[in-house]
Design a protein around this ligand. Structure first.
Ligand code: RB5
Length: 156
């Protein structure tokens, strides 16, 4: 793999949980490969094939891994990214942001302290998805005026 495609493990969240349904399986495999080559530890919660499965099962497992501290950050994928992001966000400790570009990904980190990046594998191309992953893992939360708002998100 060329250095240009590597995502170096620069952030504190070195264990990254990945989860997808069948719609995101292929993109998840590629993201896992890139993360491992960048020095991240990957906790792959499935699915492990292109056979049809239900995205809530994988979204809940990912949220649980974040909530229990088994992983610092997570990346969730399904065909659109919508179903799995809804599932992840049912856990009050998870803050999943469905992003389609690097700007929304950057804002999800800076303003919302998103701990899960959700991607729609049938809507977002792999190059953009990998850029989003890079930005997600290497952008800090701004805190300040955003901190109280984010705190309220965990109180539902
Ligand atoms: C599966 O066909 C598809 O519905 C799922 O991947 C996702 O897009 C749901 O939100």
């Amino acid at each position: 793999m060329s250095d240009a495609n590597k995502i170096p493990a620069a952030s504190a969240a070195k264990i990254i949980a990945l989860a997808s349904d069948h719609g995101g399986f292929e993109m998840k495999s590629r993201i896992a490969e890139v993360l491992k080559s960048g020095g991240y530890e990957v906790l792959d919660l499935g699915t492990h094939s292109a056979d049809r499965v239900d995205y809530p099962d994988y979204g809940y497992a990912l949220a649980e891994a974040i909530a229990t501290g088994k992983a610092g950050r997570g990346i969730a994928l399904c065909g659109s990214g919508i179903g799995i992001s809804i599932a992840v966000n049912r856990n009050p400790k998870a803050r999943a942001a469905l992003c389609h570009d690097v700007t929304s990904t950057r804002l999800a980190r800076e303003h919302n302290d998103a701990n899960v990046l959700a991607l729609g594998a049938r809507l977002t191309g792999i190059e953009v998805a990998l850029e989003c992953v890079k930005v997600f893992l290497n952008t800090a939360f701004e805190g300040g005026r955003h901190a109280e708002r984010v705190k309220k998100l965990g109180k539902c």
